[in-house]
Design a protein around this ligand. Structure first.
Ligand code: PHB
Length: 391
């Protein structure tokens, strides 16, 4: 109860202050609340690296204003995320927030709404998150966008009996729900859905249980940072030689983990929105610059959410002439389209959500190293779970 009273008081303080009234300045502060450590630590590091790279490439002045990016670690804990967002608004006077994974995305929403702070979701893959605040805009992705396409593809290529293995939190739930809808609508049978605790990514018992059910297809979601462990255990259990088709959203073939995955994932087909092998000039530059900035890491699907998030913020500030009025910034973000390293993307003006191509990709070796090679494209895919979405 006391906690709720304190929270309400903070919301009132933020409302009274308002982001728009944040000290007239020549510099504009952008606060990124990221999971730099903890369960989703890999994702926070990658999104932050993408955001920093954008600023390094494009300079730190926009519309005559100096851009100051503040990155703080929520340690993958939503209560921290909420507190840090409050501090950034009240103490640092940030004009714009960037949020990371789904748990903090959910907890920050009332703060962003009360403070009228445009907030760019740079990691979250959960559909519902953008409905939690009218000030939320997404440059990451949704699991639903990818799950519907891979489910339809599986049916088309002969899958009949599937088992799902999903990390047990909101994005896994949505991935599983959309996969089940499309797979069963297409005449497939979902034998079981197995949920793996997020804090304890030991897939071995779940892989064994899945194998015992004798499916022809295994649909898997694990969040960024866990694909390497998953691939290792998949091979240890002999599932790569079992004849069971492994499919999923792009998360299970994370470019960050592919270089060290050997032959474990060769031939695996996923539906994803980003591959470091995407054959465009802008992506080749992105991959080269990202490697240079991170000591040789391969750019991945999480990093582009941070990179594109900064692009969206820069474009909105250019449109408002450097003014940070929150409603003007939000209006400037709606409907923007551009070419990202992942391909053409835009912000749906109705849902404030990302519209992007989804590619079907197969893991193949190039020069002895595994990459996700795109071989089919579904253009301008919207999130299927938003009430307003009509694909
Ligand atoms: C999320 O928190 O929504 C999330 C994080 C990492 C992923 C996917 C979704 O790979």
């Amino acid at each position: 109860m006391l906690q709720r009273v304190v929270a309400a008081a903070v919301v009132i303080a933020i409302s009274a202050l308002g982001a728009g009234s944040a000290v007239a300045q020549d510099s504009i502060k952008i606060g990124l609340v990221m999971p730099m450590t903890g369960g989703l630590g890999a994702a926070g590091q990658e999104a932050a690296a993408g955001a920093n790279l954008y600023v390094a490439q494009h300079g730190d002045t926009v519309a005559g204003k100096k851009i100051e990016v503040i990155i703080r670690d929520d340690a993958s804990l939503p209560d921290n995320g909420k507190r840090i967002a409050q501090e950034m608004i009240v103490n640092d006077h940030v004009a714009i927030l960037g949020a990371g994974a789904t748990p903090s995305g959910m907890s920050i929403a009332p703060i962003a709404t009360a403070g009228k702070v445009p907030t760019v979701m740079m990691i979250s893959g959960t559909s519902v998150v953008t409905e939690r605040s009218p000030y939320y805009v997404r440059t990451s992705f949704t699991l639903g966008q990818q799950a519907e396409i891979i489910a339809d593809w599986a049916i088309k290529t002969g899958s009949k009996k599937a088992v799902s293995i999903l990390t047990d939190y909101a994005p896994g739930g949505e991935a599983g729900k959309v996969f089940e809808q499309h797979f069963t609508n297409g005449g497939g049978q979902l034998l079981d859905t197995l949920k793996v605790p997020i804090a304890n990514p030991d897939f071995a018992p779940f892989l064994q249980r899945a194998r015992d059910l004798q499916p022809d297809t295994l649909f898997v979601f694990v969040p960024a940072g866990q694909a390497g462990t998953f691939a290792r255990q998949f091979v240890e259990r002999g599932l790569d030689k079992s004849g069971i088709k492994l499919i999923g959203p792009g998360d299970i073939v994370d470019d960050n983990d592919l270089p060290a995955s050997g032959d474990a994932l060769l031939g695996v087909v996923t539906a994803g929105f980003y591959s470091a092998a995407h054959p465009s000039a802008i992506n080749k530059q992105y991959v080269a610059d990202y490697a240079k900035a991170t000591g040789g890491k391969r750019a991945n699907f999480i990093s582009v959410g941070g990179y594109d998030g900064m692009h969206l913020i820069y474009e909105a500030l250019k449109k408002t002439g450097g003014k940070t009025d929150p409603d003007a910034l939000l209006a400037a973000m709606k409907g923007v389209s551009w070419e990202s390293p992942r391909g053409p993307i835009s912000i749906d003006p109705q849902t404030r959500d990302i519209v992007q191509n989804i590619y079907i990709r197969k893991i193949e070796k190039r020069d002895g190293v595994p990459w996700a090679i795109e071989f089919a494209t579904f253009e301008a895919v919207k999130d299927p779970l938003h009430p307003a979405a009509a694909n």
